[in-house]
Design a protein around this ligand. Structure first.
Ligand SMILES: Nc1nc2c(ncn2[C@@H]2O[C@H](COP(=O)(O)OP(=O)(O)OP(=O)(O)O)[C@@H](O)[C@H]2O)c(=O)[nH]1
Length: 333
């Protein structure tokens, strides 16, 4: 079976430093001999920055629209093409500065229904000075979008701190922690961050260990550190991708779906039901589910994806393992 390819999303408002960070990621990949593919999205019709990446970097371009809306359907196609043609160790998606992150997450997880891809993390950058200006105004569409992008990330990079003073940096760090208490926050100049923080996401997202600390609010419901044992009962994640190891019972699955917690607001998948010997495309949004019988023309894996905020991955995985009658069920990310 093919290996599962991790996918990362790079988001952040226009000019925040996404390409600067991507260049660093590609440099590091070259040094560590990691094959990283890039999916670039530009609102305009020309890919200016992509020309700067090395010729040996597998790259797909999506120009002339934003992946989160007008050309969203193409995202899955491009991801699958990159995966099939290059079998990279990782794929990075650089979204336009105006993209809405949750729509992208939705689109990436859609692609994982058809190819062994797993969304591993969302990295969002903020231009310190620009953010500060927006915070001072405190309203407007741009402010709202910036906040949305930063709130959806697993890692938040407060970039361009060379352009702001120490007190402003501290104010922004506090603000970012308030907006997204679950993300790892890093301040940087020229997007110089420890890249292990990103690749280390693979483990930390799988079981996000949030140790109760100085930045937690009094009503923090996160997991607590009990000596050398940390358990996470309230994992903040955006997506759980679970590859099913085999057919499942349709009634048990429907019952499981009807009991999904409210903070799972979207789910989808391809499932094979033991009792009907058919495969179905399953869709779930805002408590409504839908099943469509399908006959895939090529090999696709049985997989279910859940998107939401604050739901417990641990609980869902346990229930899925129960559905598949396995102590240790399918693979997931
Ligand atoms: N002063 C300063 N400039 C920076 C820093 N990081 C990046 N820049 C510059 O900011 C400009 C925009 O950086 P990019 O990396 O292209 O930003 P981007 O998010 O990819 O921009 P878009 O593609 O327009 O969304 C470039 O000229 C960078 O050299 C920083 O930490 N400090």
């Amino acid at each position: 079976m093919d290996k599962t390819i991790p996918v990362y999303v790079l988001t952040g408002f226009l000019g925040s430093g996404k390409t600067t960070l991507l260049n660093r990621i590609l440099d590091e990949a070259k040094t560590s001999k990691r094959k990283v593919a890039v999916l670039l999205n530009e609102v305009g019709d020309a890919n200016v920055e992509g020309q700067l990446f090395g010729k040996d970097v597998p790259m797909a371009e999506m120009l002339g629209g934003c992946i989160c809306c007008s050309i969203r359907a193409d995202l899955g196609m491009e991801l699958m093409k990159l995966a099939q043609e290059h079998r990279p160790d990782a794929i990075w998606i650089e979204s336009t500065g105006i993209a809405r992150p949750l729509e992208i997450i939705d689109a990436v997880t859609e692609a994982s229904l058809y190819e062994r891809l797993e969304l591993k993390g969302v990295v969002a950058l903020a231009d310190g000075r620009h953010l500060l200006d927006r915070v001072r105004i405190g309203a407007g569409k741009t402010y709202k979008l910036m906040k949305e992008q930063l709130a959806a990330a697993d890692i938040v990079v407060l970039n361009k701190t060379d352009l702001i003073g120490e007190a402003d940096r501290e104010e922004l760090e506090q603000l970012l922690r308030d907006w997204n208490p679950n993300a790892r926050l890093v301040s940087a100049v020229q997007a110089q961050i420890e890249l292990n923080a990103i690749y280390g996401l693979e483990d930390s997202i799988a079981v996000k260990e949030h140790v109760h600390g100085e930045h937690c609010s009094p009503d923090c419901k996160h997991s607590h550190d009990h000596g050398d044992h940390v358990h996470a009962d309230h994992d903040h994640v955006h997506a759980l991708t679970y590859y099913l190891p085999g057919p499942i019972d349709s009634e048990e699955f429907e019952s499981f779906v009807s009991r999904l917690p409210e903070d799972v607001y979207r789910a989808k998948g391809i499932v094979t039901f033991r009792d009907t010997a058919s495969r179905f495309l399953f869709q779930y949004a805002y408590r409504e589910s839908d099943y469509m019988r399908i006959t895939p023309q090529k090999t696709v894996h049985d997989v279910v994806v859940f998107i939401g905020e604050g739901f417990s991955r641990h609980d869902l995985i346990r229930q899925l393992e129960h559905l598949t009658h396995q102590k240790k069920g399918g693979t997931y990310s």
